[in-house]
Structure formats: C-alpha cells, structure tokens
Design a binder for this molecule. Structure first.
Ligand SMILES: [Zn+2]
Length: 350
C-alpha cells in the first residue's frame, strides 16, 4: 500500500525527518529522507540560522526575527505546553532536552528554509527529530495559529524524547548519536496525539486536554458520510515514510479522541488504561526483552542489517495494528466490526 500526498515529495527510503506542514486548514507530516538534505543519515549539519532576537534559558533557545518579546512569549508558551503533554501522556516526571526554536517573521523566509528540506510552499511549521529543531513562521495560515503549530510539533518532540525507542546500550555504538532514538510510536498515534493536542487552547488561553478539534471532526464526519475515509486497517499500518493525506490525519485524530473520551465513563477509563499500555509497548519497541530481541532481529555478524531502516519501519507498522487489535478488540472481533462501532462513536463526539 502506498499513499502519496499530491504535489509533496515522498520517499520511503529512510524515516528520518518528520516534518509537519499545513495546507488548507490541515496539518500534514511527511517523512523525508536524510539524503534529501545531505548525504547519509546522520551526516547532516545542525541548522544555524542567524536571527536578531533570542531568548535562551536551560529549556529553550528561541530565536526570533520578530522581537525579543516574541522569543520570550514563544518560550513561555512551550514551557506551559509541557504540563499539558506530561498530563496527556501520564508522564509527570518526563525530562526534555533543550530545544532550539526558530521563529520567522513571514512565510516566505520560513519557506526558503522549508525548501531546503524539500517541502513545498504552504507549510505551517516543521520539527526535525534528528536535528531536534522546531521552526515556524509566526503567522496564522488557514485558521492554523502559531500556537496550534507549536502544540502540534511540540507533541512530536515530546513523543520522541519520552516514548520513542532508545537503541539498547549494547548496540548504541552502531548508530550516530542522533539516530539512537528510533520512531516506535506508530505514525497514526503520533499524528493522532499531535492533532488531538493542537486543539487544546481553551477560552482565556489556558491549555486543556480533550477540547474537540472542530476542523478535524467536521472533516472526519464528511469523509465517513461520503465513504472515502481510509479504513482503519490501512491507517493503523501506515509506516513512517508515508506521505499522509488530510484523511489520514482526520482518522488518526478520531481514533485518539474516541479512545480518550467516551460518554460511558467506565469504557473511557478502560480505553485510557489500554492506551497507556499501548504507549508502554511502543516505548519498548514492542519487544519483550529489548536488549536481546533488538540484537537478534536487526544485527547480522555484529553489524546492522543493510536494510535496517525498512525493516524497522515495517516492524513498527506491523506491531501497530497487531497490538491495537489485541488491546482494543474483543475476542474474535474483526477490525471491520470494531470500525463500525468506532464510526458510531465518531458521530457521538460532541
Ligand atoms: Zn504532525
């Protein structure tokens, strides 16, 4: 199965960059190959962009083209959003590394940068996991505010730092430092959480989990009614490297929203517990014994298997669906049957 976003660069070679872009109200994320920028994975240089204003502390290094106050307010917002993530992922003790952020004053200068990652015009922001940088233009594009973009990209960053799989100590020397974290939270769940949390800005500016993402809800109901939504069998098995369509985002959002909220409070509590269990499986790379299992599956004669990147992505995509079915479906239930129940739930979201 291949999915290609129209007019967007797609490459399935390496799952290196996850870059979010917004077009016509929707935020997209793409996985672009490392060599779209420079050589082999890990060989690219950290981004250095000179900007006139900065707010630097132990947690963020925000560089802004706009003003010192803007840099400070972005830094404050990012700090505030950390509490939201810690709560939403039930990781109250999560520690994050210092994040460089680049805030552009207009879209065209931001897009010049986005082009260097092979992105087309019309993007809202980007997070590059292996470079650990977040960039955005400080403008509202198609109803997507800079704060929503910060929340969306910040979710990807939080997932990478707290839940993605750490290469076991005994294999770490085989990877450059920036590749020692491997994406293990399946793509649908990564985007599902990002689209879920991008809507967390309540009245008065407070951040609150559970607010309905009206754009996504409207879109999801429309594609279900018109019967062109991608089935869960497809969405749950999307590998990193897939270029996602707005429909994939809508379904991913709908899954997270309905797994975290339900009119039936007992079912809601049960689903949240299962989702937490699913996240802990992700963090272990879906291995029983990460140290020995990783080595056995991906090393050959003491070296990484040559097609390691593809094998890893395929494993996460397979485990994604398999463990979802194990956790959320009743005994003997088919995914298509569960999907019918889920569709009914989508129309009960208030
Ligand atoms: Zn995203």
């Amino acid at each position: 199965m291949s999915i290609f976003a129209k007019g967007l660069p797609v490459n399935t070679a390496t799952p290196v960059f996850r870059i979010s872009i917004a077009l016509a109200c929707a935020t997209f994320c793409l996985c672009l190959p490392a060599h779209s920028r420079a050589g082999e994975p890990g060989s690219h240089k950290p981004l250095l962009i000179a900007m006139p204003f900065a707010h630097v502390d132990d947690y963020y290094s925000v560089n802004s083209e706009i003003s010192r106050e803007n840099a400070q307010s972005v830094s404050d917002f990012l700090k505030k959003s950390e509490s939201l993530y810690r709560l939403a992922f039930s990781l109250p003790e999560a520690k994050l590394s210092r994040l460089p952020v680049y805030v552009f004053g207009n879209t065209s200068r931001y897009e010049s940068l986005a082009h260097t990652y092979g992105l087309p015009d019309g993007t809202a922001g980007l997070f590059v996991p292996e470079e650990n940088i977040l960039c955005l233009p400080y403008v509202t594009i198609s109803n997507v505010t800079p704060e929503m973009t910060l929340l969306h990209e910040g979710t990807h960053r939080f997932i990478r730092e707290t839940l993605d799989f750490r290469v076991p100590e005994n294999c770490r020397q085989l990877f450059p430092p920036e590749r020692q974290i491997l994406a293990s939270v399946p793509l649908w769940l990564n985007e599902g959480m990002a689209t879920y949390l991008e809507a967390a800005i309540g009245g008065g500016g407070e951040l609150r989990e559970g607010l309905v993402n009206e754009n996504r809800l409207r879109h999801l109901r429309k594609i279900i009614r018109k019967k062109y939504f991608p089935p869960l069998s497809e969405v749950l098995a999307l590998p990193y490297g897939s270029a996602l369509l707005p429909e994939h985002y809508a379904v991913s959002w709908g899954l997270v929203q309905t797994l975290r909220h339900n009119r039936d409070t007992a079912l809601e509590a049960e689903n949240r517990k299962k989702l937490a269990e699913y996240f802990s499986l992700c963090a272990r790379g879906f291995f029983n014994n990460p140290d020995s299992d990783f080595q056995r599956e991906f090393l050959s004669a003491g070296k990484l298997k040559p097609d390691f990147e593809q094998l890893w992505r395929a494993r996460i995509a397979d485990c994604s669906r398999k463990y979802f079915e194990q956790l959320f479906l009743s005994h003997g239930e088919k995914l298509e049957q569960w999907q019918e129940k889920w569709i009914r739930r989508v129309f009960q979201i208030r």
